[in-house]
Design a protein around this ligand. Sequence first.
Ligand SMILES: Nc1ncnc2c1ncn2[C@@H]1O[C@H](COP(=O)(O)OP(=O)(O)OP(=O)(O)O)[C@@H](O)[C@H]1O
Ligand code: SF4
Ligand SMILES: [Mg+2]
Length: 336
Amino acid sequence: MPDGQPFRPLLAVRNLRVEARLAGRDLVAVDGVSFTLSHGRTLGIVGESGSGKSLTARAIMGLLPANTRIAGGEVCFEGVDLRPLSDREMRRRRGAGLAMIFQDPLRSLDPTMRVGEQIVEAITAHHRVGRAESRNTALALLDAVRIPAAAKRLDDYPHHLSGGMRQRVMIAIALAGRPRLLIADEPTTALDVTTQAEILDLLRQLQQELDMAMVLITHDMGVASECTDRIAVMYAGRLVEEGPTNDVFARPRMPYTRGLLDSVVDVDTPPHALLHAVGGRPPSLAEMPSGCRFHPRCTRATAQCAGQAPRLAPAGQDHRWACWLPLDGEGCNESP
Ligand SMILES: Nc1ncnc2c1ncn2[C@@H]1O[C@H](COP(=O)(O)OP(=O)(O)OP(=O)(O)O)[C@@H](O)[C@H]1O
Ligand code: SF4
Ligand SMILES: [Mg+2]
């Protein structure tokens, strides 16, 4: 960066609030989330089911479900707040600027369209190219995501492909616009362990080749530790700890983060069981606890925890956490 120019992150999410309308009530599903992401870097978002990871991702993309909405905050991409943009302007940015791989590849692909047509559609949405050229580009994309016999696969329907191959097609579609930011929401959840590792390797290679930034949402702390530069931990709609991956893993400051890290000790633990190492269950949207939302499950909670929510330091500080525990130099070293 030239001297004297202010640092501008690729993505800056500030005080994001997402509300969901349920049974006539507006419930807060994402509550005051702030973080930044630099060019070419990877931020992991971790947290138990229902903590607000996908809604945060969808809010960034401008693709929230119909009964949910951004109720506050900013999503700045390359210095521009995306919130006030029209649908047309957002569509232009999606794909070429930012793209997303969704949690469920089978539902995200159109079962009635051949794989090649779906990739061509994604290419022509962003570039003025003829049919033959876009088919060649589709072929190159299938090669890039390491699909064997790619020319034959172009004419397959999604149900002809294995889960791993479908996920590769989703990645090819997401890359069609050559995005600067890729959001991958649990990109390997439904896959076997070997295929998971292949897809994560592929994402890392493509990220380097294309110099893309990535937000990687995962339940798996092992994946988060291997694949990310920074980690954001969410609990009950809030960001509760965020910092450089090495630092958060070496010195987790919040008991909830410690619990998540304890969940990866056993390599034989099935991926979906990983987060059950934290005792108890997360709260429902309709009944959020007062103060620190983790206090009913936290063995170190005090009266202050139930009465007052600890605040996370502002985005930009290197390692931030929301917890009343005094800093003892070692971080939080007890399981919740
Ligand atoms: N369309 C919706 N309408 C109402 N509530 C919703 C909707 N989508 C999500 N929620 C609720 O918002 C909260 C956050 O959901 P979100 O999907 O972001 O969680 P998540 O962290 O991605 O979970 P998972 O790990 O299971 O994918 C949850 O309590 C969820 O039930
Ligand atoms: S603020 Fe209190 S309840 Fe919350 S994590 Fe820290 S010690 Fe536990
Ligand atoms: Mg999700």
